[in-house]
Design a protein around this ligand. Sequence first.
Ligand SMILES: O=C(O)CCC(=O)C(=O)O
Ligand SMILES: [Fe+2]
Length: 484
Amino acid sequence: MGAEASRKRRKLFFESYAEIDAQKARVKHEEDIRKTNQNETENDENNDESTDVKIARLISLYPRYDEAALLDVLISYEGCVEAASAALDVGSDADQSPSSPPASLSAREAAAKSVPGIQTSLFSSFTSSSQSSSGWAKPLTKRGKTLYLYSPQDVASNTPCSIIHNFLPPEEANDLLTELLEDAKSFQPETFQLFENQVQSHHTSCRYVSTDHEMMIEHGAEFVYNGIVRTDTRKISSRMNAVSEKVQKAVNQEIQKRIKTHYPEGKKLKYQSPKNWEPNAAIVNCYTGPQENLGWHSDHLTYLGPRAVIGSLSLGVAREFRVRRVVPRDGDEEKEEQVVLKSTKNRFSDKIANAQGQISIHLPHNSLLVMHADMQEEWKHSVPTAQTISPHPIAGNRRINITYRSCRESLHPRNIPRCRCDVPAILRCVQRKQGTQGRYMWMCYAGYSPGSKGCSYFQWAQFDDDGEPLWEKMGVKPYSHGKA
Ligand SMILES: O=C(O)CCC(=O)C(=O)O
Ligand SMILES: [Fe+2]
């Protein structure tokens, strides 16, 4: 391919060469982190390669894909050549060798095919024969493949989520969208600490709370949420509040349905709150254009408590929401905890967690997705970059998402233990370690705030059956109890 043609094709993916370099730097940075994680958990023979070497390896394997497309795939797989290569193999016709992609495959198609796998049909590609212990069908996913789901029935049967399409009366959805698009003009990307570097999210967001009381508390001090120091907290508007009441009603109905149809013996899960779900905070996310995204993560449980339920309303441009189950594996307990901690810093995915493939849920304008109590502890989710988007008549190329959350009073920052850095500790669930999977722990949070290193504070968490903290049993003094 001529240099000029190659440059043109690169431009299909990136606005500028600076962006390619920035992407490469990002991959390199992510690689460094992955390398650190892997060094601590496993001996990976491939982990000292630079991004350029990895790209060179992919180019030699897939000579007919251009560099930008391969870089895109490598980014999707967090710098793991093997995973990227597996995805490209899936993306190629089954009977073609990796070095012989279809002759007509453009760079855009190559990337589309490679991120990450193609479902042919829900019922022909995937088969399910058994139910998991929590009652829902075993995921129908396969390694390196993505199962695309659209219908509420498919979503409820195959994921820990349920979805309601056309949730609000159309005018109400449009009015809320218009209001939030205006608000979002002053949203900022999230900044979080990734070891010694500060990293910015690839979308903007803002936290909203429902009462003046919460506003006063949160304005005095930085509020750490989802691993991010949030200095901009706003008050929920009357329009958002009216919608919040509808979300509350629908989410409570969905929770009851879920308990009856999916959970063992039709009972709520251990640690799930038996109370009516009442949203008192929201994070509003704004994704401008197809490249803005949110990486793999589980939502932090620090203020929500175990078995949290989240109502997530999508407005504007339709995007994909991906979920994948976290697969437990064996490893050293202490190192595993460090990995969990680090993975919250960088919202990093784990190639082992990818072993069962991913599920993509289509999120159109005015859809309410409920992430149920079986979600955060056992699954990760993301909003990936899109190859193309259909402009929305009001939002243009933007998508607004509101995640309504119910923070527990018992886990308010003033009530939770503080580590030696004098920062409220973070609550995490062990997701991957066989043996301790499902156990909760309190850890130092300070390492998340830019410029701070953090301490090694660690304490197993204990809760009653309804997910309320048992501070005394843990021998922990909540912050406010220690105050005069
Ligand atoms: O934008 C979305 O649909 C998901 C947002 C999300 O996962 C979050 O705010 O934690
Ligand atoms: Fe999330």
